[in-house]
Write a protein that binds this ligand. Sequence first.
Ligand code: AMP
Ligand code: FE
Ligand code: FE
Ligand code: ZN
Length: 294
Amino acid sequence: MSDDELKSPTSGWDIHCHTRFSDGTESPATLVSQGKALGLHGVGIADHDTWNGWPEAEAAAKEQRFPLIRGTEITSSVDHTSVHVLGFLYDPANEGLAAMFRRTREAREDRVREMVERISRDYPQITWEAVQRQIGEGNQTTVGRPHIADALVAAGICSDREEAFSTVVSSRSKYYVPVPSPTPAEVTQTVKKAGGAVVVAHVGDRSRNKRLLPDERLEELIDAGLDGIEVYHRGNLPDQRERLLGIARRHHLVVTGGSDWHGKGKPNPLGENLTSDEMVRRLAEGCYLPILRP
Ligand code: AMP
Ligand code: FE
Ligand code: FE
Ligand code: ZN
């Protein structure tokens, strides 16, 4: 494999972006306008465990005449390994998927409340109300550790999200509580039943897990209907990109790239990793929803 193949395409689509409807700091309209200003071919909204940002993103795409892919980054785990699954262009009215999002979002809220309870024993300023003040779109927003991190910053306990994630809200911290989640195979089957495309996100990122998902587990996902692998992501270092590209080629999977943009919530700039036009075309093939091309 050449070094060039391990690098993101230099033009195309950024299909892994977060907004205020989860832990991003910007609106869907800002995602669209910034994507357009950068000369991207299109953007994909992929908030955690929700499609609540889609209507605003659709309206902005139409108004600004800019292509949009509607997606979601879905929380899952298996063998204590956290796995993020990107689901695209599915039927948002699908009951199975709605039930899965409902369960995860409820589990997330219980879990954030439990972490806040633990943290408040040492930092009494960190209350559920203080965390709620950091949530962009009220109960439309999927809550997570980034909102606790923002409350820690607002209280002057941490200087930024980064510091909070390496201390108080780290997965190694004594305050940490995991989110009870479905397995990635269950998520894959559910999104396929809802007519969507499924891509496993940043699965080679060593900073997220003690143990990476092994090839056998990825092959189970392929058997369950996995369409693609997100190879171009800042968390996947060259050795993992090579491994993942090898698997993608053997199984004729779609290869994607995304910045995992969170606005001011993460250093990742929009458009830092991209998906080619050809891969976007393959991803959308046979999906319930079309790519919006206003
Ligand atoms: P949660 O899903 O609630 O466990 O929180 C994990 C989320 O936190 C991920 O979606 C990341 O986007 C975000 N995150 C993880 N590490 C960091 C970091 N160092 N700085 C900012 N955001 C982070
Ligand atoms: Fe996030
Ligand atoms: Fe993720
Ligand atoms: Zn993400």
